[in-house]
Design a protein around this ligand. Structure first.
Ligand code: IMP
Ligand code: MG
Length: 186
């Protein structure tokens, strides 16, 4: 097994090892198994849409795609709410661009659910665009922060209310390429 680097610096902050890649991949295996079970009935005519939220969920989405075995359509949408290490509370993004969600089953793929503002905004937009069903699949959730009513259907891992980077997650655009997850040093 590879030893994780002790400490990393991104911009002005230090981060320490938190979740090794092997553990992340095992959690993704489990979530993919649940999806494969729940969407085993999918056909080409009724292929669910895996909707990756950019940029953070890109690595998680790629790992999920390798593991799902039902017919599916892959789409991505740029959503953002974070500046630095804090949520701004305002979700920016537009899902409408060039795709018809009418009557479709959509599985939103998120990197992390924190306040839940992003997932609430996306679910609302997708329903308004005519999606038949919207499910949420997230790599991570901060249960101490999440206080919205939208059901998180598939959750790979839960973490405390700490700021993390790696496996697609960034601190002001840096750190997405790190394959393990690191946490802001307290
Ligand atoms: P929410 O809208 O507050 O649930 O925030 C969700 C988005 O904020 C995620 O998709 C991430 O892009 C970003 N985010 C939340 N927590 C973290 C974190 O600990 N590290 C990096 N990005 C985060
Ligand atoms: Mg994100």
């Amino acid at each position: 097994m590879e030893i994780m680097e002790k400490k990393i610096t991104l911009h002005d902050k230090s981060f320490v090892p938190f979740i090794p890649n092997e553990e992340i991949e095992k959690a993704i295996d489990a979530v993919a198994e649940q999806l494969n079970r729940d969407f085993a009935d999918a056909t080409e005519a009724d292929a669910p849409i895996l909707l990756c939220t950019l940029n953070g969920a890109v690595m998680f989405a790629a790992e999920l795609l390798k593991r799902v075995s039902f017919p599916c359509i892959f789409k991505a949408a740029k959503m953002s709410s974070y500046v630095g290490t804090n949520s701004t509370g305002v979700v920016q993004g537009d899902l409408a661009a060039g795709f018809n969600y009418k009557g479709k089953r959509v599985i939103v793929i998120e990197d992390i659910v924190d306040t839940g503002n992003t997932i609430v905004a996306m679910t609302k937009q997708l329903k308004a665009l005519g999606a038949k069903e919207v499910k949420v699949c997230t790599l991570l959730v901060k249960p101490d922060v999440y206080d919205k009513d939208v059901k998180l259907d598939y959750v790979a891992m839960e973490i405390p209310n700490r700021f993390i980077v790696g496996f697609g997650l960034d601190y002001d655009d840096l750190g997405r390429n790190i394959k393990d997850i690191y946490v802001l040093e307290s």
